[in-house]
Design a protein around this ligand. Structure first.
Ligand code: SAM
Length: 246
């Protein structure tokens, strides 16, 4: 009989955030598949566990997926973890999940820390409906499409961003989000955790040298009311339509 593929969420900073179930599954698993084995070793050492580790990262090819599926087929239980947070969410794992399901192997999620949810719940921004866009694409065309999506978003938008790209992303956001509120959730669950609020322009003034990890939460586009629209001058109309183009 096939083993089970467990998708185990791990802490995004504070090691106390590991769940009791995650500890048990890690302990019981025959193999731990890790994005970066050195990173996962730190967690396993903290939990005083010694495990058979296999590395699986975004550059691992189909052969690695096949190897992991073969281990599952031979009856081994596997715990898949990423460096931090919930695997598969802007992290490796999706291909293994798809292949496991194709092979009728049971896939069990072990929920826990996830940066986007942790950021959203304390941001004060509407959490009823939201779009998570992950990391913005580097490709110019796709990037532009994402900025258009953010500009007209009728839901809260959540992004992941690397610190060295934060200022350029805020600069680009400035043109499409105008006066909309943005919250930067920084170093969540860590000693220097902070939530920084403002428009993109205000945030650019506040943040000189971005450090640590950031989640960006953007307030939705307020629907412009008919009233305001009818009372706009020609120049304001022009500015409004200009703001919709980037
Ligand atoms: N799968 C993980 C999750 O959903 O929790 C996210 C992994 S993704 C490769 C890493 C990105 O998540 C970072 O660049 C940052 O945007 C966000 N992130 C992860 N940990 C964070 C933290 N402690 N504080 C703020 N953002 C964090």
């Amino acid at each position: 009989m096939s083993g089970i593929l467990y998708l185990v969420a791990t802490p995004i900073g504070n090691l106390e955030d590991i769940t009791l179930r995650a500890i048990r599954i890690l302990k019981e698993a025959d193999i731990v598949v890790a994005e970066d084995t050195r990173q996962t070793l730190k967690l396993l050492n903290h939990l005083e566990m010694q495990k058979h580790l296999i590395s699986y990262h975004r550059h691992s090819g189909e052969d690695k997926v096949r190897e992991i599926i073969e281990e599952l087929k031979s009856g081994k239980n596997i715990a898949l973890v990423s460096d931090a947070g919930t695997p598969v969410i802007s992290d490796p794992g999706e291909e293994i999940v798809k292949e496991a399901l194709k092979n009728e192997i049971a896939v069990i999620p072990i929920p826990g820390p996830c940066a986007l949810i942790t950021a959203l719940i304390a941001s004060g921004i509407d959490a009823k409906e939201f779009s998570f866009l992950g990391f913005l694409p580097l490709n110019k065309k796709f990037r532009k499409e994402k900025f258009n999506e953010i500009q007209t978003a009728i839901n809260t938008v959540i992004l992941y961003e690397a610190p060295h790209k934060l200022l350029s992303t805020l600069n680009a956001l400035k043109n499409v989000t105008l006066n909309r509120k943005i919250v930067l959730a920084r170093e969540l669950t860590k000693i220097h955790e902070e939530f920084i609020m403002g428009t993109a322009e205000e945030l650019l003034e506040k943040i000189i040298e971005p450090r640590g990890e950031y989640v960006i939460i953007i307030e939705k586009q307020e629907q412009i009311s008919q009233d305001i629209f009818e009372n706009m001058t020609l120049e304001e109309h022009y500015k409004y339509y200009e703001s919709l183009r980037i």
